[in-house]
Design a protein around this ligand. Structure first.
Ligand code: PMT
Length: 222
């Protein structure tokens, strides 16, 4: 049984999109629904972990016995993560964080004037990279949403961000990935690549957490 595999282990998961304000009434965001991250939170809790879920704006109910903090922007998400990261053994970044925000946020509603409108963006902090670069980082699992060359791009992110593990999904396949109930993952570590075939996000989350458990035990002896 996998019921108590993560007993005594603290796991933090980011999920959903972030929203970056253009002005008080408009924002940019993406199609993440939070379903994948919430399924992971539920699976981890069912395996005995103490789970903290940091959620962007999504319309999902909180899994049983999971502590949830809601955030809006990437900067909010980073702040919420940093507040509790010290207590975490494992950090899982499933959120689709906006890479950019508006450079100078407009405090008043933009008025329709010229035929064209240009907005200037500035880079957001990389939450996963910030966590992985800590002096004593938790075990890190990142996600990679790709449309082509999935394995190569994912492996590059694993190395560049110095992660323990990365789960890549091909978001160009209809019916999988963003906002659907199913997904498929390629789970990559330095030594191994493992394919998790198309399945419901809850079944995949369970399989993924079994892989996390064996890699965590192998690399972080307690
Ligand atoms: O929410 P669903 O509708 O269920 O869809 C699930 C999903 C497709 C969103 C999910 O499976 C997924 O792939 N999440 C990561 C999406 C993503 O933004 O990937 P990325 O390749 O841009 O980012 C790489 C990694 O860095 C991710 O772990 C991401 O959380 C993290 N990141 C990225 C940018 C940033 N500023 N901070 C981060 O922490």
């Amino acid at each position: 049984s996998s019921a108590q595999l993560f007993a005594g282990i603290h796991i933090m998961i980011t999920a959903g999109p972030t929203r970056e304000a253009i002005d008080p009434v408009r924002y940019i965001s993406n199609h993440s629904s939070g379903k994948m991250g919430f399924a992971i939170a539920q699976a981890a809790q069912a395996m005995g972990a103490k789970v903290t879920l940091i959620a962007g704006p999504v319309e999902l109910s909180t899994p049983d016995k999971v502590a949830r903090t809601d955030v809006v922007s990437a900067q909010d998400m980073l702040n919420a993560v940093e507040r509790e990261i010290d207590e975490q053994d494992i950090f899982i970044a499933c959120a689709a964080v906006a890479d950019y925000r508006i450079a100078a946020e407009n405090t008043q509603k933009l008025k329709k004037k010229a035929e064209e409108l240009s907005l200037t963006f500035t880079q957001n902090p990389d939450i996963l990279k910030t966590v992985a670069q800590r002096k004593q980082p938790p075990f890190t699992l990142g996600f990679a949403a790709e449309t082509n060359d999935v394995e190569n791009y994912a492996r590059a992110k694993l190395e560049k961000k110095q992660l323990n593990m990365i789960a890549a999904n091909d978001v160009s396949i209809p019916g999988l990935g963003f906002n659907s109930d199913r997904n498929a993952l390629l789970v990559i570590t330095k030594e191994h690549t493992q394919k998790l075939a198309p399945a419901s996000k809850s079944a995949l989350a369970h399989e993924l957490m079994l892989l996390v458990h064996s890699e965590y035990k192998r690399t972080h002896k307690n």
